[in-house]
Write a protein that binds this ligand. Sequence first.
Ligand SMILES: Cc1cc2nc3c(=O)[nH]c(=O)nc-3n(C[C@H](O)[C@H](O)[C@H](O)COP(=O)(O)O)c2cc1C
Length: 340
Amino acid sequence: MAERRATPDALPAAAAIRHGDRGVPVQPATILAPMSGITDTVFRQFLRGLGGCGLIMTEFTSSEGLIRSERVARRYLSFAESERPIAAQLFGSDPAVMAEAAALVQQMGFDAVDLNLGCPAKKVVKCNGGSGLLRDLPLLGRMFAAIRAAVRIPFTVKFRAGWDDQHLVHAELARMAEAEGVNALSLHARTRAQGYSGQAQWQWIAEVKQAVRIPVFGNGDVRRPEDAAAMVAATGCDGVMIGRAAAANPWIFRQIEEYRQTGRYTLPSDADRAELILRYFRLLLAESLPGTLGKMKQFAAWFTHGVERGGDLRQAIYHSRSEAQALEQVEAFFAAPLAS
Ligand SMILES: Cc1cc2nc3c(=O)[nH]c(=O)nc-3n(C[C@H](O)[C@H](O)[C@H](O)COP(=O)(O)O)c2cc1C
């Protein structure tokens, strides 16, 4: 692999995920990571409005739930046309159920279907879903084949490197996925045992990239545009996937693209921040889905880090008893500095 320097031009302008004559452009070469409880349709539309993200993914959705209940489909897999290109992420442990769910995803009009092999949550792993499958490669092989046979849209896999440091399977899994017709991979470069602790081990992304020819997206600990360039330079990956930093700084995708093009990027002002949080809250209110106040509090918790006196705003929103009150708190908080 040719060494690339961690300069803005290390960042690829675009990637593409192809299956036969179907292709999903990933332009710019960045993906919003699936985040349960966060990347719902409101957040995704909001993020699309900011620009700069190549591909968007839904929160993970239970394949069992999806084939049994229309409510699950409506709740987790509704999307707006403006979100395209968009992939739906599924989890589960039964190849036949997964295949049926993947076919539904295709029928619903998604551009791609993604299989979750990373979730460390006990309730998912207990039923052998998420990262639980990393312990059973033969079952995983059957799962890949069943999903591949069920859909014509691109099929991608998001995974962790293994159950723990003693059981790393990333390169073997990647080769198997490619052989079974998977069209792209995203590696969260941690083991299940690591949870979200410690550092992501980017060398595992490099090892996956060397093992296969399909596109590989690197994931884990990209917090700033410089990190995205460093990850690509260190691993040769085809693009980066970003999770937590997108919740704290939804401009990150736009910043990465600006950084790639100009070597610099714009930091948001207080006025930008105020406008952004108000825009998101108003979008949430317009959708008036159940749990809106909870979503406002959650977003505030992520988004107010890095804001001066963000702790005060977080508290004010946290103690709000209605959605209108939460909105008022944001307006009041930003009114003072904005007016000065
Ligand atoms: C609140 C939260 C929810 C998540 N939900 C999912 C999920 O539904 N599916 C999935 O594959 N990964 C999920 N993840 C993992 C992220 O997609 C990502 O792999 C991880 O956060 C590492 O990337 P980052 O360092 O850019 O955040 C979740 C992470 C967080 C913090």
